[in-house]
Write a protein that binds this ligand. Structure first.
Ligand SMILES: NC(=O)c1ccc[n+]([C@@H]2O[C@H](COP(=O)([O-])OP(=O)(O)OC[C@H]3O[C@@H](n4cnc5c(N)ncnc54)[C@H](O)[C@@H]3O)[C@@H](O)[C@H]2O)c1
Length: 387
């Protein structure tokens, strides 16, 4: 591996690029025109690749009105000092990675060795949205997508509950004199809470099964008796799903595959035509019979039970998802642009945890472990005040 200097990361970033997403079914963009205007007003030069915003209903003219310049794909990658994206670079983009560029995007490289090696070889500074983590262990750049997936889950379930679509034929809201549908949510974290409030809004009767007593106390305070809160156990899961019209899987054990809370045997106890939405599918799913599906082919049936397991649920609502994502990322973009990466990470330990690869070194321990590569603490590679 070549030795590289990190001095340029200390400079104030002036040119901020926004690249189009080329991954299949990805319609989000990493900066809205509103965000572009904030950056332009702070004196930065914003370069947006032509048509990058189209999938989220932003035109090139919208960006130009915000003061950004519309550029080619080559210019967006080659002229930027800080490049904003949504998804990880894919193989056709590897040749564009280069020393001196700070890339800020979702990376998920613990599961992607070719990309990890391409980032190392290029000498780029790769900062991952998903590993930015606050002192109290929150993941501020993942949370907005969990909120959206949670809110979408009851909406999708309500749709597929209709009889012509293979569902039981139950209206979640019920009607005067007829009981509402029953929704069971497994896991009361960000996805689970958001699923519960939308299911309540649709008029359903909602039960949340959660494992953390502290989280349950918090849910009790904020939902004040509007849902049933039950301690999650295998017996409780079995009893709860029997009468459910909809089950939403939303559990997470950080750093691990999701536990299988509903086994294949248990499907026989669920009412035919009920809907299982396994939001945790991106961590392997919490339903044994779940396998990832896409927006174009979202459901399949096992033993008379409809399974909805779309792995990128927020991708179905790119206008909302783009705005929610950029609301969360913009303060970090502003910090990197204002201070340069070295000073920005020295000022903010949450952002420092986002740096996965720098100057050919892996600076995020779990990524190094996942690939059996050497881990170098960020402070060794990028001493505070570098540059
Ligand atoms: N499919 C998608 O498009 C999509 C989008 C966003 C998030 N997700 C996934 O949704 C899942 C949930 O994410 P989150 O942000 O809500 O996580 P979170 O950490 O906020 O919540 C997870 C909750 O599950 C609880 N839990 C763990 N084990 C449990 C068990 N056995 N029984 C009941 N509860 C249990 C935890 O106590 C926690 O409250 C994750 O796997 C996440 O990756 C998927």
């Amino acid at each position: 591996m070549r030795q590289r200097r990190s001095a340029s990361y200390g400079l104030r970033v002036l040119r901020i690029g926004v690249a189009s997403e080329i991954k299949a079914d990805e319609y989000r963009v990493a900066l809205t025109p509103a965000g572009a205007r904030e950056l332009v007003q702070k004196g930065h030069d914003v370069l947006v690749e032509a048509t990058a915003g189209e999938g989220s209903a932003f035109t090139d003219a919208d960006y130009e009105r915000a003061g950004a310049r519309i550029v080619s794909v080559e210019e967006a990658w080659a002229e930027s000092e800080l490049l904003l994206k949504v998804k990880e670079p894919i193989e056709p983009e590897y040749a564009r990675l280069r020393e001196g560029l700070v890339l800020f995007t979702y990376l998920h490289i613990a599961a992607d060795e070719p990309l990890t090696r391409a980032l190392m070889e290029s000498g780029i500074a790769a900062v991952a949205y998903e590993t930015v983590e606050t002192d109290d262990r929150r993941l501020p750049l993942l949370a907005p997508m969990s909120e959206i997936a949670g809110r979408l889950a009851p909406q999708a379930a309500a749709h597929f509950l209709e009889k012509p679509l293979g569902g039981r034929g139950v209206l979640l809201a019920g009607t005067p004199g007829v009981a509402p549908g029953r929704v069971v949510v497994l896991g009361g974290g960000i996805v689970g809470y958001n699923a519960a409030i939308i299911a309540l809004g649709l008029g359903a009767q909602v039960t949340i099964l959660e494992r953390s007593p502290d989280r349950m106390r918090h849910l009790d305070e904020i939902l004040s008796g509007r849902v049933s809160l039950l301690m999650s156990s295998s017996l409780q899961v079995e009893e709860s799903i029997e009468k459910a019209d909809v089950v939403i899987g939303a559990v997470l054990i950080p750093g691990a595959r999701a536990p299988k809370l509903i086994t294949r045997d248990m499907l026989g106890q669920i009412q035919k035509g009920a809907i299982l939405v396994d939001v945790a599918i991106d961590q392997g799913g919490c339903i044994e019979t779940a396998r990832p599906t896409t927006h174009s082919d979202p459901v399949y049936e096992v033993d008379g039970i409809t399974h909805y397991c779309v792995a990128n649920m927020p991708g179905g609502v790119p206008i909302t998802s783009t705005k929610a994502l950029t609301n969360a990322t913009l303060p970090y973009v502003e910090a990197i642009a204002e201070h340069g990466l070295a000073e920005a990470v020295a000022r903010d330990p949450a952002l420092a945890l986002g740096v996965n690869v720098l100057d050919g070194k892996i600076t995020y321990e779990a990524v190094a472990e996942a690939h059996g590569l050497e881990y170098r603490p960020l402070a060794d590679v990028l001493p505070a005040g570098a540059g």
